[in-house]
Design a protein around this ligand. Structure first.
Ligand code: GDP
Ligand code: MG
Length: 177
């Protein structure tokens, strides 16, 4: 008989950016739905999974989260970038330096043989801190355009943004099809 394979496909998304921009909180918001009361600096590599359904197929989205500025050993970095399906670059809208450092993160990503065909998005996080914004939307938009990325501005903290955060990851996962 023609049994269909029930092997669940895994979609690996990596989250990259400076320390403290909210990578862990965004990952939690997507995989667990909540904003953690307290996060500890991620040590090495951590990943969280979420089962989703896309066009009737159940797939597993695996979000890899990492420590920002702490540099890994070479073997660890290679493991992180291996077989990636999509990349999420994160900066903090209240910290210009975290936006400027994106160049370095993009270089690191390209240096690890992540194919240009792998979809990438740019996420400006902490939009709830309205009075502290340092990175204007149009500046971010120009940068995103220049690097062929979609821009999302959001807040991992604001529960009203939950759907928006989910759509960032789902928009990437849909491209697996
Ligand atoms: P990571 O180092 O990039 O993983 O950053 P974390 O997710 O650990 O978050 C760093 C700090 O920023 C923590 O104190 C979070 O509570 C805070 N944070 C994360 N996302 C937001 C957000 O959207 N808004 C605000 N106001 N704070 C946030
Ligand atoms: Mg973290």
């Amino acid at each position: 008989s023609m049994e269909r394979s029930v092997q669940t496909r895994i979609f690996k998304i990596i989250v990259i950016g400076d320390s403290n921009v909210g990578k862990t909180c965004l990952t939690f918001r997507f995989t667990g739905g909540s904003f953690p009361d307290k996060t500890e600096a991620t040590i090495g590599v951590d990943f969280r999974e979420k089962a989703v359904e896309i066009e009737g197929e159940k797939i597993k989205v695996q979000v890899w989260d990492t420590a920002g500025q702490e540099r890994f050993r070479k073997s660890m970095v290679e493991h992180y970038y291996r077989n990636v399906h999509a990349v999420v670059f994160v900066y903090d809208v209240t910290k210009m330096a975290s936006f400027e450092n994106l160049k370095t993160w993009i270089q690191e990503c390209n240096g690890h043989h992540v194919s240009p065909s792998v979809p990438r998005v740019l996420v400006g996080n902490k939009c709830d801190l309205v009075s502290q914004i340092q990175v204007p939307s149009n500046t971010a938009l120009k940068f995103a355009d220049a690097h062929n990325m979609l821009l999302f501005e959001t807040s991992a903290k604001d529960p009203k943004e939950t759907q928006n955060v989910e759509s960032i990851f789902m928009c990437l996962a849909c491209r697996l099809k």
